[in-house]
Design a protein around this ligand. Structure first.
Ligand code: FA5
Length: 373
């Protein structure tokens, strides 16, 4: 109850005296005319609360809430303000109770407004988030993923196939010495394969031993046999280097697969069987393997092996039984152990598998070509 109301209500119970008697009497008459019973006052409050609550139930946005606030709680002409004015019409004995009920109703309705205001703020934030969200029905942006180079794919596939046949993958260095690249493989000093024109010798040497980029992965046979005892089944895939002129089937840097098996009782039949398994697993379908007599200083007998696939015979690499001189060079007793070895060009088998006519395409770094695999 504000001061003005209190003043006015006091005048309603004070008997008029002196000059202001007439005005006081008029005021009393007015008050009497506006006399409000506590029952009707409480009914007004109850109706106000019900109307406010119903009206807020239909509010769904901020502007609706503001309109309702002005209608019910507006400081100048809101419905609560009108009820407040009725307080002064209550009998003075009822005024404290009326004031208490008024304050309770005001508090309750104000709380309803505040709660709805909070709710609309959350919903509003939610709709803003929805507006900003990604439209999942739109077509996505294509993310281009890189992928493994076809030569690396080939290497991994061969490693997998050979692992199933019990061959462990091993690595060897690309910078080699004379012993591992030539001498232990029974390639003597005067052999044409050691000619500087056929090898990448390095400007550095280990002592007096010239070093070179390895020209074949057969070096790994030696390194493994020097360090391990039979039985052995290893496969080694890696880069080799030869100053060959690049053409459709040659590149100065290429990859080889080297296989070595040292086990008692090994024969050429085992060699052929392993190569047929490798060929048919890698190329799929019915692949035939054939041997043609050949020569390698480190195998005896030696063969070139070809695969027949798609109606054509293709030379894949060299192979043979490990030469006793090689076994002796690594400290094995050639009378006790025997085994086979083979080496083939990775680019050549990859080209067959992927239908590539020119192995130089693998190294042109043209992503339009590489994306095909
Ligand atoms: C050798 O390198 C022997 N070390 C293979 C071997 C291993 C024989 C074990 C016996 C026992 P050759 O020089 O033929 O062999 O090479 C093997 C294969 O490498 C070839 O058949 C061919 O497929 C591939 N090759 C050779 N030179 C190149 C080149 N410049 N570019 C791409 N591939 C090549």
């Amino acid at each position: 109850m504000d001061c003005r109301s209190r003043l006015r209500s006091r005048s309603a119970v004070t008997l008029p005296t002196g000059r202001n008697e007439a005005a006081a009497a008029a005021a009393q008459a007015t008050s009497a005319a506006q006399a409000v019973t506590i029952e009707s006052f409480l009914a007004e409050l109850a109706a106000f609360q019900t109307a406010a609550s119903e009206s807020l139930g239909g509010v769904s946005d901020g502007s609706g809430l503001e309109q309702a606030r002005i209608e019910f709680l507006g400081a100048r002409s809101g419905r609560l303000k009108a009820i407040q004015k009725l307080l002064s019409g209550l009998a003075s004995a009822d005024r404290p109770a009326g004031g208490r009920h008024f304050n309770e109703a005001k508090g309750a309705v104000t709380a309803l407004f505040a709660a709805l205001q909070d709710k609309l703020a959350v919903v509003g934030a939610g709709s803003a988030a929805v507006a900003d969200a990604i439209d999942v029905t739109l077509p996505g942006e294509l993310v281009r993923l890189g992928h493994v180079h076809p030569i690396t794919q080939t290497i991994r596939r061969v490693q997998e196939i050979m692992a199933r046949l019990g061959f462990e993958s091993v690595d060897g260095p690309e910078v080699e010495d004379q012993w591992h690249n030539f001498e232990a493989l029974a390639i003597p000093a005067e052999h044409p394969a050691r000619d500087p024109l056929d090898n990448f010798y390095l400007a550095v040497a280990r002592g007096t031993d010239p070093l070179l980029l390895r020209s074949q992965t057969s070096t790994v046979q030696i390194r493994v046999m020097e360090n391990r005892r039979p039985p052995l089944r290893i496969v080694s895939l890696g880069r080799v280097y030869r100053p060959d002129t690049a053409d459709a089937t040659h590149y100065p840097m290429f990859h080889q697969v080297e296989g070595l098996l040292i086990e008692p009782g090994t024969t050429m039949a085992h060699l052929k069987s392993v190569l047929r398994q490798l060929a048919s697993s890698f190329l799929g379908g019915d692949v035939h393997v054939r041997f043609r007599p050949s020569f390698f200083p480190f195998t005896e007998p030696s063969v070139e092996f070809d695969m027949e696939w798609g109606g054509r015979w293709i030379e894949m690499g060299g192979a043979g039984m490990v030469d006793p001189a090689v076994l002796a060079a690594v400290g094995y007793d050639p009378d006790e152990v025997s085994g086979f070895a083979f080496g083939l060009g990775v680019e050549r088998i990859a080209a067959r598998r992927y239908g590539v006519a020119d192995i130089r395409d693998f190294y042109r770094n043209d992503v339009r070509f590489l994306r095909q695999f």
